[in-house]
Design a protein around this ligand. Structure first.
Ligand SMILES: Nc1ncnc2c1ncn2[C@@H]1O[C@H](COP(=O)(O)OP(=O)(O)O)[C@@H](O)[C@H]1O
Ligand SMILES: [Mg+2]
Length: 358
């Protein structure tokens, strides 16, 4: 099980296309690391450089402290699973899985034994004699995983392996990926644009944007302590309420001022310099009641089963949503009071950086 390290990695496809800017990252042995970010932020390119399908323009890649930039993909002992599973259409599932070891001239009886093993691991024993066309999307993806498993790589690199599946199947397969990681105890580097997938699978999340790393941390850390507007906005569903306004001083008080809400900032944020700022609060942290707080009119009530979303009218055009218990009495047209607890407020400056609470 290798430790993988990237040092000042850059990839330019041309003068104007910089896919990865200057990326440094150490992936620990056995870790489940997720690279997440919007489409085009450089996730696939990063993974392909680790796998050896793409040469970095600059920087070094280490496996177990040795530079491996010059090694061919096959020499790196890494297994890659792609978004679309390029299976050979005229070969059976078993023959597809056997492809790697056959290339390496492994003995037939040994290959048969290994096929049985990996097929059991990903629960496709009943499919071994079928053709890829006879398999569903989820089944094909299991075959693709089995084909990588049989090569017994030191680490697994997975590029959006579940994104072509529907929501329910994606959740099921997500649990399978998790189980597989726990069973194999190997390093997994997993690419996705789906924040929920990142949250549920990762030991550690790397948030990317425009070829750069924005934040690295555990899922809970990223959720509770986003370092920027970008990260705050990216994680959570419904996402964090973000209200534009200004920081102003009134006598001894420091106030967040917007046409939607005016708040005396708590001590922890009292050093915020005056000027434009964005206030953030997670929908589940807003308190809604009839007794106190800023009066806001509800224009939509959306029951989700377990909880209910209340949508409030705003002046700024910013969305303002609260998550409340599903047996809420509030209905569209009501004007309850809303309160933002001091310790649940986030502030971002005009550059989108988190205002420090220290
Ligand atoms: N082979 C290529 N040639 C030119 N540009 C590319 C190539 N591959 C990726 N890019 C560009 O590099 C950027 C990052 O792409 P990619 O790594 O695929 O992002 P992601 O996987 O996060 O969606 C994008 O702007 C993309 O258009
Ligand atoms: Mg990609």
């Amino acid at each position: 099980m290798p430790q993988i390290e990237l040092k000042n990695i850059r990839k330019e496809f041309s003068k104007s296309i910089v896919a990865v800017n200057d990326l440094s990252l150490t992936i620990e042995e056995g870790e489940f690391l997720v690279l997440v970010g919007p489409s085009g932020c450089g996730k696939t390119t990063t993974l392909r450089m680790i796998a050896g399908f793409e040469d970095p323009t600059r920087g070094e890649i280490f496996i177990d402290k040795e530079v491996i930039n010059e090694l061919e993909p096959a020499e790196r002992n890494l297994g890659m699973v792609f978004q679309t599973h390029a299976l050979f259409p005229h070969k059976t599932v078993a023959e597809n899985i056997a492809f790697g070891p056959r290339m390496k001239k492994v003995e037939k009886t040994e290959i048969d034994k290994q096929i049985k093993q990996v097929a059991e691991m990903v629960k496709i024993t009943h499919l071994l004699d079928k053709l890829p066309a006879q398999c569903s999307g989820g089944e094909s993806q299991r075959v693709a995983v089995a084909r990588t498993l049989i090569t017994d790589p030191g680490a697994f690199l997975l590029d959006e392996p579940l994104s072509s599946l529907d929501a329910k199947l994606r959740r099921e397969m997500r649990a399978e990926v998790d189980r597989l990681h726990k069973e194999l105890k190997k390093t997994f580097i997993y690419v996705t644009h789906d924040q929920e997938e990142a949250m549920t699978l990762a030991d550690r999340i790397v948030v990317m944007d425009g070829g750069n790393i924005r934040q690295v941390g555990s899922p809970i850390d990223i959720y509770n302590n986003p370092n920027s507007y970008f990260v705050a906005d990216f994680f959570g569903s419904p996402s964090m309420n973000l209200i534009e306004g200004d920081i102003v001083t009134k006598g001894k008080k420091v106030v967040f001022n917007s046409s939607d809400i005016k708040l005396d900032l708590p001590k922890s944020l009292a050093k915020t310099p005056p000027g434009p700022a964005t206030l953030g609060i997670r929908p589940e942290q807003i308190l809604v009641n009839n007794k106190s707080g800023t009066k806001k009119k509800i224009y939509l009530v959306e029951p989700l089963g377990k909880d209910t979303l209340l949508y409030f009218e705003t002046q700024t055009g910013n969305e303002l949503i609260a998550v409340v218990d599903s047996n809420t009495k509030f209905k569209a047209g009501d004007t309850p009071g809303i309160t933002f607890p001091d310790d649940q407020i986030f502030l971002f400056d005009k550059n989108g950086n988190r205002v420090s609470t220290k």
